[in-house]
Write a protein that binds this ligand. Structure first.
Ligand code: ADP
Ligand code: MG
Length: 404
């Protein structure tokens, strides 16, 4: 096992930094997830860790050892790609033995018949075959060792790719969206497989994904990235409860967190939303910003409830869409007098709609007049100008679902 330290790691492509001064400590044995939208620099960062991409500036340490100038083979890290990158003309056994064969590589392995025999010999050697057999058992591939990749399903191929990484017994596993080529059902079962594998092997995992569900379920910690810059590092629970800014707030959780334009008067302990005034709950009241200011009230869909349109406690609005997704319903509502902010399309100001989730089947339909009641216990407050969090952290133990 080994820790990884990144200091000010930067990669510039054509004068534009795609990874910008990333500093991180990856603890030995942890499952760290790099999360962010497509193009934010996740793969580039992972490839720099692996040694497949050079650094423009910065340093990378594996334990105490500086590795950023070392070739991939000297770093003791195994890489699993999104495309399984298996050798199609080799059996599963040969694909999995391959890294161990290459460890003993001699130039004359290139000579056709002699090379072939030499590779066969290494593959059949007690150490190599025992390692491959043991790994195949862990991954339930024992019955497939003599088959070729084309005869395997996507999930089986991805297990072979994992096996090929495992036989090397690396200190660090690097995985770049390894599940994104699989269909939804297989993806969730492979997710569980990889979590179990991490527990069993105990190595350090760095896992890249753009899928927040994968990040939330698999990571011991999440590194949230945007345009090459780290936005927040934290446990899934902490990032969900205390997003550092509106970008993180909207990226984590489905449906996304609602951002309502509001005015906060901290000295008065009040929050003005539309035509209503609310008392700031304890965790928001302790914010020590002077005077009153425009803010974005971040509130998750499960902290909103539909009430009677006449109910004075609610914000009035009209239902625009009801989606039934089995156990829950998602209800989209256009509020009469509250503006909302949408990350990325602030100009278009598409809708001023909010979304809330309700357990069970909702009898509402488009056009219904409703009131929306807010539970501010788990709400976040962001600066309307910078988008940065200004409310204090919620105690991470408190979040409670507010289901109606
Ligand atoms: P992600 O994995 O998060 O989707 P990448 O790390 O693949 O993002 O890419 C980050 C940015 O760097 C993208 O804008 C991409 O176009 C750019 N990029 C990646 N590789 C190269 C390259 N070899 N040359 C120039 N630009 C690149
Ligand atoms: Mg990528």
């Amino acid at each position: 096992m080994s820790s990884i330290t990144l200091t000010q790691v930067t990669k510039v492509f054509v004068s534009k930094p795609v990874v910008d001064k990333v500093s991180l400590d990856v603890t030995s044995g942890e499952f760290l997830v790099l999360l962010g939208p497509s193009g934010c620099g996740k793969s580039t960062l992972l490839r720099m860790l692996a040694g497949l991409e050079s650094l423009t500036s910065g340093e990378i340490y594996l334990g105490q050892r500086r590795v950023d100038a070392l070739p991939p083979s000297a770093r003791d890290m195994a890489f699993v790609f999104q495309s399984y990158a298996l050798y199609p003309h080799m059996t599963v056994r040969r694909n999995m033995s391959f890294p161990l064969i290459m460890r003993q590589f001699k130039w004359w392995f290139h000579i056709p018949i002699i090379g072939h025999l030499a590779k066969r010999r290494i593959e059949a050697s007690p150490e190599v075959s025992a390692m491959v057999d043991r790994t195949a058992r862990i991954l339930a591939l024992t019955d497939m060792l003599d088959r070729y990749p084309r005869t395997l399903s996507g999930g089986q191929r991805q297990r072979v790719a994992l096996g090929r990484a495992m036989v090397r017994q690396p200190e660090v596993f690097l995985m770049d969206e390894p599940l994104s080529n699989l269909d939804a059902k297989l993806r969730s079962s492979m997710r569980a497989e990889i979590i179990k594998l991490h527990r069993k092997l105990g190595g350090t995992f760095v896992y890249v994904t753009h899928d927040q569900i994968e990040a939330m379920t698999m990571g011991t910690r999440i590194v949230m990235m945007r345009e090459g810059v780290v936005q927040q590092v934290g446990t899934p629970r902490d990032i969900y409860a205390n997003p550092a800014n509106t970008f993180v707030a909207r990226f984590i959780g489905t449906p996304a967190m609602n951002l309502l334009l509001a005015r906060m008067d901290a000295p008065q302990g009040q929050l003005e939303v539309g035509d209503q005034k609310f008392a700031l709950p304890a965790h928001l009241a302790s914010v020590t910003v002077g005077g009153s200011q425009d803010v974005l009230l971040g509130i998750r869909p499960n902290s909103l409830a539909v009430v009677d349109p006449q109910d004075k406690r609610g914000l009035a609005g009209t239902v625009s869409l009801v989606e039934h997704i089995g156990a829950d319903s998602i209800i989209t509502i256009k509020l009469d007098s509250v503006k909302t902010a949408h990350e990325g399309d602030s100009e278009s100001d598409a809708s001023d709609e909010i979304m809330l989730t309700k357990s069970g089947y909702s009898n509402l339909s488009a056009g219904s007049r409703v009131g929306v009641m807010m539970n501010l216990d788990n709400a976040s407050i962001f600066s309307a100008s910078s988008g940065q969090r200004i409310s204090t952290d919620l105690s991470v133990t408190c979040p409670v679902d507010f289901k109606n």
